[in-house]
Design a binder for this molecule. Structure first.
Ligand SMILES: [Zn+2]
Ligand SMILES: [Zn+2]
Length: 347
């Protein structure tokens, strides 16, 4: 497998982001990313203007974030604009599926901040929907905003955003586990939702939702079957095939890059990756590798089943269920949330 690091859910000057796509790609390159996915609000003009492709060695892919007042939905791997419908998100989900795209529910439990736009938030309100492919469990900008309760605290969190970024949104993670437990093979992603807003408080100028910082924080690491070669159409297909399957993990890469993480199930002969379904047999073990010593939780059906500490982690006694991994690395006097894998299903 070949690992590529990317950042999903980014706004450019085609909607309310502050930079043009070329400048965002340059920042992604400096942050060491292999790909980014731009999702401007309710338009695909970047795609129509030919901005998809390699820029500064970064593969720029372009999707769209549909809807306005609520029920924001990331529509990826689509070629036509998706008609927004904030009141009836099932229509939006269905249209992405008609285009054989990849649809992800964005920041579903966003709460908002009294310091921004009178506390307005954009949660997902309709959980009777079906047919979506994923849930955004960790969104830099949403979580950052949710933590700002005063101007003073906002200034502190501009200076040190990591204090707000306390791990995936618990409600989103619970919803993922719940839907997976009901048999839906949906995926989890993490994102930046970067806009690069400039703000001014008194004599201070600062950036909210900065591109540079957020490209170093909540990234996705995608494992492809074949290496990317520079051919835009083929590389796009390789990445989206892996993302749709969920062969990826979310890494908070700022303090310790999560590159090289491994999570698979083996019977000694055959190996299964994230996104796979494994037929039960008595020889199955779960194998996990982290690049530094970490506290690792094996989560089964949404509950912690076993704990491990170190760099190599082996879990036996595997019975049917949905398995995923959470890893926490040492930081200052405690541990920071670091790696959140996608799931492997054992039947
Ligand atoms: Zn949104
Ligand atoms: Zn957004």
């Amino acid at each position: 497998m070949y690992e590529y690091t990317g950042n999903i859910h980014i706004h450019s000057s085609y909607s309310d982001g502050s930079l043009e796509i070329a400048d965002i790609a340059a920042k992604a390159c400096r942050s060491g990313l292999d790909f980014i996915i731009i999702t401007d609000h309710n338009n695909l003009n970047g795609l129509y203007d030919g901005k998809e492709g390699y820029q500064q060695n970064v593969l720029v892919l372009i999707g769209v974030e549909a809807n306005e007042s609520k029920n924001h939905y990331l529509c990826l791997d689509v070629t036509k604009e998706v008609i927004k419908n904030s009141e009836n998100p099932q229509m939006v989900i269905d249209e992405v599926n008609q285009q054989h795209g990849l649809g992800i529910i964005a920041h579903p439990f966003e709460k908002g901040s009294p310091c921004f736009a009178d506390g307005i938030s954009f949660p997902w309100t309709d959980w009777d929907v079906h047919g979506f492919q994923g849930i955004e469990i960790w969104n830099f900008t949403s979580q950052w905003k949710d933590h700002v309760c005063s101007t003073l605290q906002g200034l502190w969190l501009v200076f040190y955003p990591h204090a707000a970024l306390s791990g995936p949104c618990p409600e989103s993670l619970a919803k993922l586990d719940e839907r997976q437990g009901q048999g839906e093979k949906i995926i989890a992603i993490g994102s930046s939702d970067a806009h690069g807003y400039s703000m001014k408080v008194g004599m201070f100028h600062f950036q909210v939702s900065p591109y540079d910082t957020s490209f170093k924080c909540i990234n996705v690491h995608v494992l492809t079957q074949l290496p990317l070669t520079g051919d835009v159409a083929q590389d796009k297909e390789k990445l989206y095939t892996a993302i749709k399957k969920g062969t990826l993990w979310i890494g908070y890469d700022y303090f310790t890059n999560s590159r090289g993480f491994q999570f698979h199930i083996t019977d000694g002969d055959k190996t299964w990756q994230m996104g796979d379904t494994v037929p039960l047999n008595k020889d199955l073990t779960i194998q996990v590798v982290t690049s530094v010593r970490a506290r690792v939780k094996l989560i089964k059906n949404g509950k912690t089943k076993q704990l491990s500490f170190g760099k190599r982690h082996i879990f036996a006694d595997i019975d049917p269920g949905v398995y995923r991994i959470e890893a926490y690395h040492r930081h200052l006097f405690g541990y920071r949330p670091w790696i959140f894998s996608n799931s492997i299903w054992v039947e």
